[in-house]
Design a protein around this ligand. Structure first.
Ligand code: GSH
Length: 268
């Protein structure tokens, strides 16, 4: 499913999207379009959720490390420049991994659910999804992205604080998981789809050593075939991106040229 290629620089305006939608309507394919980058943890979360439920979807790869595509994506699709985003049946562009999963629950109500129907279960799924995004994903990102900052601008205080916060988050999860199979209890939910990529990548910032329940959960969640599929599918992209620090800096807008441009256009 992945691999349609974006060619965003010149072709992803509303006209092209419109024709894609009409073509789909003609084929009577009921699918939504996911903009993603294959190495993004937030995209992995949505992919895992879609695979778990069997959601029909199409994909468009946005190569965030290609400055032209990145710029076109901001201009044409999502001004804040973040992936994933979803083009809905109504033609709206929906940002945020959690909202995308929520939308798909409403759009495809007959597929197995990742947000339980009972109000308590739903609240638990949302609560732990938020916990993972805010206190794992955002925190390890702070640590890992520090390496991408230009020479001399590293934030050692912020990184140490993030490491402490990540440790506290691990301890909370470790206690929570002592008597639960999944984050929201016995049902596998959206929160677990958030956790798989965050724990997987977060280990590069801080290991799970000393947190046995968390480690056992990590093995459980990342042992699911859907996670294996997400992770194995993106291998060629990981190999490509993993070594290209320069491209990663440019994608963040942290390369010298972009920083100089920003400084010039900043309000006095
Ligand atoms: N809260 C957002 C976070 C999205 C996000 O930060 N995506 C990263 C990739 S994992 C991104 O687009 N980074 C590019 C940038 O920050 O410009 C979500 O859950 O979708």
């Amino acid at each position: 499913m992945i691999g349609s290629g974006l060619g965003l620089a010149v072709t992803c305006g509303s006209e092209r999207l419109q024709s894609r939608r009409s073509a789909r309507a003609l084929r009577e394919v009921s699918a939504v379009l996911l903009y993603l980058h294959p190495v993004s943890s937030n995209c992995h979360k949505v992919l895992m959720a879609f695979y778990e439920r069997g959601v029909p979807f199409e994909t468009e790869i946005v190569d965030m490390f290609d400055v032209e595509q990145n710029t076109a994506y901001r201009r044409e699709i999502n001004p804040i420049g973040k992936i994933p985003a979803l083009r809905t049946d109504e033609g709206d562009v929906l940002p945020e991994s959690t909202l995308i999963i929520e939308y798909a629950e409403q759009r495809f109500p007959d597929l197995p659910r990742l947000i339980p129907e009972d109000p308590h279960g739903a609240l638990e799924a949302r609560r732990w999804d938020r916990f993972v995004d805010l206190y794992l994903n955002a925190t390890f990102s702070k640590i890992l992205q520090d390496n991408l900052r230009p020479e001399g601008t590293q934030d050692s205080f912020g990184v140490a604080e993030a490491r402490r916060r990540l440790g506290r988050s691990y301890a909370i999860l470790d206690a929570h998981l002592a008597d639960r199979q999944w984050l929201a209890g016995n049902a596998f939910t959206m929160a677990d789809c958030a956790a798989a990529p965050s724990l997987h990548l977060g280990q590069r910032a801080l290991s799970h050593e000393g947190f046995p329940n968390l480690q056992a959960y990590y093995e459980r969640v990342c042992g699911r075939p859907t996670w294996q599929r997400v992770w194995n599918d993106n291998l060629p992209w990981r190999e490509k991106v993993g070594v290209d620090l320069k491209a990663m800096r440019a994608a963040m807008g942290w390369d010298e040229a972009t920083l100089a441009e920003d400084a010039e256009s900043a309000p006095a």
